[in-house]
Design a protein around this ligand. Structure first.
Ligand SMILES: C[S@@+](CC[C@H](N)C(=O)[O-])C[C@H]1O[C@@H](n2cnc3c(N)ncnc32)[C@H](O)[C@@H]1O
Length: 264
């Protein structure tokens, strides 16, 4: 029941992962004072506030991420994408990190782009929208307070420029970086309602949790939100093979929506 509901609504494939579901949800059952999964399922369906469902999503999602993950993507953005966008006289650069988890991917991008603004290779403003279905992960992203493991992954030059001091085992990303980013809850299986279109989309390490049907739905939704000529970054462990969408392959894990193509 729970596995097929989660797959249908959020795309996450937990079928044949009964043990994993139980090990992640037992605490919710205890919290709801339910003895069985059918009792919990009933309670969840009767909860019109959506609170129980959100807590379930928070437990079932894997929000693992870190600063500078798959670093080659960030260099590709600064060395290849930004110069191209600059030449096209764009007034600002719009970026979407779907499945941003606890935010490190968005902050990494922001710090790379701020470096570009400092060295003059980027002369226009940029905005990053970070979205995810996990409310807990988004709370951490908004706070932007991280621990020593994250600190160790920051480029040395970023530590004082873009982050507060490392104290009592944590540090915070400075407001000058945060102001470039907004976080919002969004399910990638649903169409976007904001009407924004993006020059760059990061959608990394989420396709692996999906089966083909939901993966195709997600990619269709992303394709629609990309500007012609826009870039899509997926993880190096993922592929777009099998999709009918006319993405142009650029290099492993980097794709482009063809120039001059709206949504067909
Ligand atoms: C492993 S993290 C990836 C984080 C980051 N993109 C990275 O590569 O480091 C996967 C994220 O996908 C999110 N996710 C799973 N299904 C989703 C959906 N249908 N819509 C939006 N986000 C989803 C999870 O909540 C989780 O935070």
């Amino acid at each position: 029941m729970i596995a097929s509901y989660v797959r249908k609504k959020y795309g996450i494939n937990l079928e044949k992962k009964q043990f994993l579901i139980e090990s992640k949800l037992w605490i919710e059952l205890a919290r709801c004072k339910c003895d069985t999964y059918s009792e919990y399922w009933q309670m969840l369906q009767n909860d019109k506030t959506g609170t129980l469902e959100q807590r379930m999503v928070d437990r079932l999602t894997t929000n693992y991420t870190y600063f500078c993950r798959e670093e080659a993507h960030f260099s590709y953005v600064t060395d290849q994408v930004i110069p191209k966008l600059q030449r096209s006289w764009t007034e600002n650069i719009n970026i979407w990190c779907g499945a941003c988890a606890t935010g490190q991917e968005c902050y990494t991008l922001a710090m790379y782009l701020m470096d570009c603004q400092k060295n003059g290779t980027l002369t226009v403003p940029f905005h990053i929208l970070g979205t995810d279905i996990s409310a807990d992960a988004l709370k951490t992203a908004q706070k932007a307070r991280y621990d020593s493991k994250d600190y160790a992954r920051l480029l040395l030059s970023w530590r004082s420029q873009y982050c507060g001091p490392f104290e009592n085992g944590t540090f915070e990303v400075k407001p000058l970086v945060k102001k470039n980013i907004d976080f919002q809850k969004h399910n990638l299986l649903n169409p976007m309602v904001m009407g924004e279109q993006f020059h760059i989309v990061f959608c990394r390490n989420v396709l692996i949790y999906f089966k083909e049907e939901e993966r195709n739905q997600l990619l269709k939704n992303i394709y629609r939100e990309m500007l012609p000529g826009g870039y899509l970054f997926i993880s190096h462990t993922e592929t777009l093979q099998g999709t009918q969408l006319p993405f142009e392959y650029i290099q492993p894990a980097v794709y482009r929506k063809p120039e001059g193509r709206k949504n067909g």
